[in-house]
Design a protein around this ligand. Structure first.
Ligand code: DI6
Ligand code: FE
Length: 408
């Protein structure tokens, strides 16, 4: 019986990530793609006799993994906050700087002033760095506009980044990132405006795939975010949450209560919050770049998460304030050295579990028949090398929807 397929990659080792733990290694393997999806995979020796590929690629004995998924970024912004880095080195805290009108609001100021073209150009540069390290799906949050026109511009830039590069972009509305100056002292009014005006308008323009909020005393309370999330759910949008990054504020419990896809950061999460997440199946997104940049000393409770079976994703949190970083591989290394993940947990964190943090796990994040053919190819001896090397290593190729990208 003949089995015609579009493309075959042969002479590769596979790390399928298609099980609860382990890399899912298949050495000397082949993987076939039809209509942008995986049609067959397995040891090369088991290749079905009748399999006929229109195009065959030689993997040169490298490793092929699921394409990386960066499930938490704030990729679209203008300006730089390098001077805040200097201030923090001289002893100012992130919270002090924010209270003085710096922090997120400084970036909002620069982003509102930037043209769409300038925003696109600056953000595309960061995106290309991610792609160079094997990213095939990226989540991009708004949150540096905070008024309708500026949030729209940021989300439109995110969509355009996806159209003009070979990468899947999932957008997240983060209007609840900070209280903008024009609403100073009126956080409740701002949240009501987001829930009844801004979110429905942007959703109607198909700019929003999910809704996020920043749950911290310097941003919003659980009660305020609960109101916003009710509006999100009424529109059928999934939610996620920046929770317990700087303080124990009840964010993890809120995320579990509202059925959020993920709670992100979690350095200060308490036992009840963790238990609620485990019960609800909420993914923990670990962001070692922010922990490192803020020189935090309290790491998220990885051992407890592991014990409770809470899935752990890893992401860059690429943002100008707390994680000026566009290297997912550096995050793998830091997730191991700073948080105690194993290299295989870290790789699962940017593939299988990251897909789950975006609600895309039926379609991406693993190598299995029927899933989207999004791959990264690596010139390495073993997938553990991806976490071992301290960032700055390019993939040797990317495949998106079954199409091989020659150049990033
Ligand atoms: N994600 C965020 O949204 C905040 N911290 C984080 O890890 C703040 C981002 C910023 O300072 O611009
Ligand atoms: Fe963030």
């Amino acid at each position: 019986m003949t089995m015609p397929v579009d493309t075959l990659w042969s002479n590769v080792h596979l790390a399928t990530l298609d099980m609860a733990s382990g890399y899912g290694e298949i050495e000397d393997a082949a993987i076939a793609v039809s209509n942008g999806r995986i049609a067959w995979l397995g040891p090369r020796a088991d290749l079905p006799r009748g399999l006929q590929a229109a195009v065959t690629h030689d993997g040169n004995g490298g490793w092929l993994t699921p394409g990386l998924i960066d499930c938490h970024t704030h990729l679209v912004w203008a300006g730089s906050r390098a001077q805040e880095f200097e201030q923090r080195l001289q002893g100012a805290s992130y919270t002090d700087i924010a209270a003085q009108g710096g922090g997120i609001l400084a970036t909002v100021h620069a982003t509102r002033a930037a043209s769409e073209q300038a925003l696109f150009a600056q953000s595309a540069q960061r995106l290309r760095t991610l792609l160079d390290e094997g990213v095939t799906s990226v989540e991009i949050k708004s949150g540096y506009g905070l008024d309708l026109a500026s949030e729209r511009r940021c989300l439109a830039v995110a969509r355009r980044l996806g159209r003009e590069h070979r990468v899947h972009v999932a957008t997240t509305f983060l209007g609840a990132h900070a209280v903008p100056t024009e609403y100073a002292g009126r956080a409740d009014t701002y949240i009501a405006m987001l829930a009844t005006e801004m979110l429905p308008a942007l959703h109607a323009e198909h700019l929003v795939d999910a809704v996020d909020g920043y749950c911290e005393p310097l941003a919003f309370t659980p009660a305020q975010l609960r109101r916003l999330f009710a509006a999100a759910r009424a529109l059928g949008l999934p939610v996620k949450l920046h929770a317990e990054q700087l303080s124990d504020s009840g964010g993890a419990a809120l995320a579990a209560e509202v059925g959020a896809l993920s709670a992100d950061h979690l350095e200060y999460v308490n036992d009840a919050g963790l238990a609620a997440m485990a019960q609800a199946g909420t993914v923990a997104v670990l962001l070692p770049g922010a922990y490192y940049a803020l020189r935090e000393t309290r790491a998220p409770p990885v051992a407890a998460m592991r014990r409770l079976g809470i899935p752990m994703a890893v992401a860059t949190d690429c943002n100008p304030g707390t994680s000026p970083c566009a290297s997912p591989l550096l995050m793998l290394n830091m997730a191991c050295t700073l948080f105690g993940l194993t290299p295989e947990e870290a790789l699962a964190g940017v593939t299988r579990v990251a897909a789950r943090a975006l609600g895309l796990h039926a379609d991406r994040g693993r190598l299995a028949v029927g899933l989207r053919a999004d791959f990264a190819l690596w010139d390495i001896d073993h997938p553990r090398e991806l976490a071992y090397w301290i960032g700055g290593r390019s993939c040797s190729g990317r495949v998106v929807d079954g199409v091989a990208m020659d150049a990033i």
